[in-house]
Design a protein around this ligand. Sequence first.
Ligand code: XUL
Ligand code: CO
Length: 438
Amino acid sequence: MSEIFKGIPEIKYEGPKSKNELAFKFYDADRVILGKKMSEHLPFAMAWWHNLCANGVDMFGRGTADKSFGAVPGTMEHAKAKVDAGFEFMKKMGIKYFCFHDVDLVPEADDIKETNRRLDEVTDYMLVKMKETGIKCLWGTANMFGNPRFMNGAGSTNSADVYAFAAAQVKKALELTVKLGGRGYVFWGGREGYETLLNTDVKFEQENIAYLMRMAVDYGRSIGFKGDFYIEPKPREPMTHQYDFDAATAAGFLRAHGLDKDFKLNIEANHATLAGHTFEHELRIAAINGMLGSIDANQGNPMLGWDTDCFPWDVVTATKAMYEIIKGGGLTGGFNFDAKTRRPSNTYADMFKGYILGMDTFALGLIKAAEIIEDGRLDKFVEERYSSFGSGIGKKIADRKTSLSELADYAAKLGKPELPGSGNEEGLEEIVNQILYS
Ligand code: XUL
Ligand code: CO
């Protein structure tokens, strides 16, 4: 097999002063931060769909990037060329994981039996490459939104036949994930949502989605899948109302349907901002629910109201995110770059630059988050902020050892409480800036 990304070397760490665009300035895989190597804190993954399939096509024009990798698109030869390209790319980047949808791997045939045969063939080839390189699978998923049959959803469809097809795809994608040793299995809502209540039975649709997930857990466990299942929340796009709106909604859904032991969340930055939240908010909500699973690392464009899947370059957000992840006990998954280069960034070198940017951004975020934690001033402030719950009536509340009557008597004796103290937001932001920029 000949080299595909000719002229692009293995990407090395050269340090913050380097002017080499094809080098890391901050991601130094073996550097130890808070007792762990950077590469262990940051298990980065390549998204098969954006990196190897997306060619820049949008609703106004054709693709700008050539992702044929020397083969004719739509053929099995092309499917294998993508494998060659993907493994060469990951090796040169020092990326240890990949994520995939079933239909990212092979052209879908009219008959599902033939699609599955193609999937078997390509994953045999991938396994060889995985053995050669030591690269692993972070998670797999089934694309249950692209094909027209899913126009009304998959688990939430009005058609029993389409539901059966969705189930068949989940079954196969789970088998492939197990075959490739994947750490996780993702359900992104796809078209699981609705456009208008005038034609929709929301309760029935949500219960059907939960049943599909339950069957997936039962089948997955029966074939030896030991990893986590993930819901990837998103509030809108493609449907006007997506059922997995945000982390809190997804956590509630999982609990309501008894799925919370097997599922965690895959939090995507751009989905968080579409929901009107920050990335760090979604991570905190996942963490406090015991559902901090995996990350789809990207960012939105604040000028645009849709899912732009930009490579992450906002270091402040990455710092806040890494702060939440470390404080939340880390991920069971990793950092999948669900991100694509901009349409005019259409060269092979741009593919590498996108990942260098994303990896350096999270490396900086990790370095700075560790400094904030080691500095300790934020923690100390928060601890003091709630200190009234450490003794007296506050301790009784914290220990759940009081009652409305006792609290009412206490309040009556007090007459009037003092104001609860400054939140010191500006002071804390100054501390974060001081650590970020010194
Ligand atoms: C769509 C999205 C998906 C999922 C996997 O917004 O994020 O790519 O990550 O289906
Ligand atoms: Co995603």
